[in-house]
Design a protein around this ligand. Structure first.
Ligand code: FAD
Length: 338
């Protein structure tokens, strides 16, 4: 475990905001997930993985627990499946590559998402029709309130759309230490749920469908659409797509004709693409100083230079105000504002 004082977080958050933390405590190994070791830092703390879903609104007057434990281990396997136990500090995309190298089905749709493995259950990371909660068997945590290790099975994580128990009842109460995934071995067939997104199908035309070819299609699509976090500050999609009643949908689609809608698991509730509405409201590629929306995507708020946290926050509020004014629906932040 490493302790540093008065540390700049600029290189530790993908929004690239220049804020400082009073204390940075790096958990370098599984043995650092110990109440005895961490006790004096747990009054005022934030857990940080890759900082790709966090906006620091100001300097943080507490301890940042930076997760860096490593390890990818095969826990068990049978004819069809393989269970993999992964340390929370592993880079997510390295684990995706690990699985593709072994010809496993599942993670290809979630390729190129920045951040760590331990953060993926927090918001039930998802892309192109697949959510990580579909592939997680259990999550091992350090529970701050009971001071003990806690293991939650998949159904206890209460996964939903960009949501889980970790964003609600267990918010700031647990630290994810390891995650167990169950992936299927590829034997010439991949379930059609991985091919729901027309952009992937388009890219795969005339090609063999394998975990690797789907991953390649996803990488190509993401490189075409999303900002490079090496060049620009961003946390990907800043807002969640609203889930609304079908009656509300009928009203809004009169103002925004041809507004798409997607099924949810809930009766009479549909999901609408916020980007479709924001684009018509003029929010695509809109800039105020160094803050703006991405050239190709109005949901991706971007730091084009030296934007400050308050400039970014004001910009977010403006988008939310404009969306709510024209639809009557509030736009919920997907990112965590600290
Ligand atoms: C260009 C870009 C594209 C993106 N695309 C997608 C996408 O397609 N789909 C998607 O779902 N997300 C996407 N994201 C968002 C982000 O990458 C994911 O949410 C990712 O899982 C965050 O990982 P992280 O390690 O950076 O988490 P952080 O930003 O460090 O933390 C996120 C939250 O999780 C908590 N946390 C992190 N690690 C732990 C832990 N070990 N224990 C307890 N709490 C923890 C933090 O306290 C915080 O509340 C994108 C971001 C960017 C910049």
């Amino acid at each position: 475990m490493k302790i540093e004082r008065n540390v700049s977080l600029k290189k530790l958050n993908t929004f690239k905001v220049d804020v400082h933390a009073n204390t940075l405590c790096t958990l370098e190994a599984d043995k650092d997930f110990s109440i005895e070791k961490l006790d004096k830092y747990l009054n005022n703390f934030v857990v940080l993985g890759g900082g790709s879903n966090i906006l620091f609104s100001k300097d943080y007057d507490g301890t940042i627990l930076l997760i860096k434990n490593k390890g990818i281990e095969i826990a068990k396997e049978d004819e069809t499946y393989i269970w993999i136990d992964v340390a929370s500090g592993e880079q997510w995309d390295s684990f995706v590559n690990w699985s593709i190298d072994r010809n496993l089905i599942g993670l290809h749709n979630l390729a190129l998402i920045p951040g760590t493995v331990g953060a993926t259950p927090i918001q039930n990371v998802g892309a192109y029709g697949i959510e990580v909660g579909d592939l997680i068997t259990k999550v091992t945590l350090l529970d701050i309130s009971t001071r003990k290790e806690l293991v939650l099975k998949n159904n206890e994580c209460d996964f939903g759309y960009r949501d889980s128990i970790f964003k609600r009842d267990l918010k700031n109460k647990v630290i994810v230490k390891r995650v167990l995934f169950k992936l299927e071995k590829f034997k010439n067939h991949i379930d059609k749920k991985y091919l729901q997104y027309s952009g992937i199908v388009e890219k795969l035309k005339g090609k063999e469908i394998t975990p690797k070819s789907i991953q390649k299609a996803v990488i190509d699509i993401r490189n075409e659409k999303l900002p490079s976090i090496q060049e620009y500050g961003s946390c990907g999609s800043t807002f969640k797509n609203p889930e609304i009643s079908i009656t509300k949908y009928d009203k809004i689609s009169k103002i925004f004709p041809n507004l798409p809608k997607y099924d949810t698991n809930r009766k009479n509730i549909v999901k609408i693409p916020a980007a479709y509405i924001l684009e018509q409201l003029g929010w695509k590629n809109k800039r105020v100083g160094d803050v703006g929306t991405w050239v190709k995507h109005p949901l991706i708020v971007t730091n084009y230079g030296q934007a400050t946290p308050s400039e970014i926050l004001n910009f977010l509020k403006e988008i939310q105000r404009s969306f709510e004014e024209s639809t009557g629906v509030s736009l919920e932040c997907e990112i965590n504002i600290i």
